[in-house]
Ligand binder design. Structure first.
Ligand code: FAD
Length: 117
């Protein structure tokens, strides 16, 4: 059982890192198509998350706090907020979302809005 918890936590850390990096790279002024892509992605991400119990919890969070996709700031702030909801549920400390800044730098700044076309 301890092994399972360790693996679940590792998957969680890797996933959050990826999830917040997606938000940090979302366009500052997205088109309607880009907004719709992010919204769909988030719902499918939740639905397909490999830990079934986690997916179920996360989908409940989504119905309470629908994804914010109007801008990079809105998306990153929303993701930080919902991650904090999961933190609270798991008795983990709250992350200060004003410190997001360059925390999720993908190391790909040379191709500006790369991968968002
Ligand atoms: P994590 O929560 O994994 O965070 C990793 C790092 O991200 C932190 O060290 C910090 O630097 C940063 N961070 C922390 N909070 C924020 C924030 N709000 N915004 C931005 N960055 C932040 N585990 C369960 O046991 N039950 C569940 O139901 C469950 N549901 C999950 C649902 C999803 C969608 C995901 C991705 C994971 C879920 N997990 C769940 C795993 C859990 O959230 C943690 O990933 C895991 O417990 C490891 O926690 P951690 O303390 O290492 O930090």
């Amino acid at each position: 059982k301890l092994g399972n918890e360790t693996v679940k936590a590792e998957l969680g850390r890797a996933t959050w890192k990826y999830f917040h990096t997606v938000m940090a790279r979302f366009p500052e002024n997205p088109t309607e198509d880009q907004k719709e892509a992010l919204r769909s992605y988030i719902y499918l991400f939740a639905r397909l998350y490999p830990c079934g119990e986690c997916a179920e919890h996360f989908m409940q969070h989504l119905s309470k706090y629908p994804p914010q996709v109007s801008s990079r700031n809105a998306a990153a702030g929303w993701a930080c907020f919902v991650h904090n909801e999961v933190n609270a549920m798991l008795d983990k400390p709250e992350f200060d979302c004003t410190n997001l800044g360059d925390f999720y730098d993908c190391g790909c700044s040379e191709d500006e809005e790369g991968g968002q076309s």
